[in-house]
Design a protein around this ligand. Structure first.
Ligand code: IPE
Ligand code: MG
Length: 230
């Protein structure tokens, strides 16, 4: 979800106002995904590297998160959304951690949409943490074991990876899991990413041929079902 700061700056507003608008865009996106039958939505809300931003922006983002937890969770619960918070919890405030735990518990029975919020997350952090866990347990560092130890082991690998804001990079998001994700880069700033923009990304995804290492001819000859959009 990139582009909140630019959205605000263009309007002569403080950057935090852009993040606030970003929460609105996210609420809309969650609903749009659920309405379209998307099974899993994973968003990058705060990266391990975002601590390097100016203190007032970091504290603004923390406040926004705590506020959003209080305000949004009852609606998400009623809409069938199951929340998971992915990331390093050490370094977060007691209040925030309590909010995350409570939100996960309150929505644990939901099945309509799995909504993973990556907060204080980094793809490298996830891989290193999974490897350390396996090492501590004396387990082999195999792909299958790493997969199971990863923070997103409860969901399949992403099919579609969307980055807004015009940049074309992964910025340490879902490094392990995105091995075969279709990448979609949108020039829209995140606060402007609406239902039409989501539909455009999904339409682009549908036009891609997903070969997973095979050839086109092999795909055409096999009776393989097309993979579902997770
Ligand atoms: C949101 O967009 C990303 C977060 C860390 C919440 P940015 O804050 O990176 O916006 P730009 O790139 O400065 O426009
Ligand atoms: Mg940015």
């Amino acid at each position: 979800m990139d582009g909140n700061g630019r959205w605000a700056t263009r309007r002569f507003l403080p950057r935090v106002a852009g993040h606030k608008q970003g929460v609105e865009a996210l609420r809309r996106c969650v609903k749009a995904c659920a309405d379209r039958g998307v099974g899993v939505l994973t968003v990058f809300a705060f990266s391990s590297e975002n601590w390097n931003r100016p203190v007032e922006e970091v504290s603004g983002l923390m406040e926004l998160m705590v506020g959003a937890l209080g305000r949004e969770v009852p609606r998400l619960r009623d809409d069938g959304v199951r929340l998971h918070f992915i990331g390093e919890r050490g370094g977060l405030s007691e209040k925030m951690i309590a909010g995350l735990v409570q939100a996960e518990a309150a929505t644990a029975h939901n099945t309509r949409l799995v909504f993973n919020v990556c907060f204080n997350y980094g793809g490298r952090w996830d891989i290193a943490r999974a490897a350390a866990q396996l090492a501590a347990r004396g387990e082999a560092l195999t792909e299958a074991n790493l997969d199971r130890a990863m923070a997103l082991a409860h969901v399949p690998d992403p099919d579609l990876f969307i980055r807004t804001g015009g940049e074309q990079r992964l910025s340490n998001f879902l490094l392990w899991q995105s091995a075969y994700a279709e990448l979609f880069f949108s020039d829209k700033l995140w606060p402007e990413f609406d239902e039409a923009a989501l539909d455009e990304a999904i339409a682009a995804f549908r036009r891609r041929e997903r070969r997973f290492g095979q050839t086109s001819a092999q795909l055409a000859s096999s009776a393989q079902q097309p993979r579902q959009l997770a």
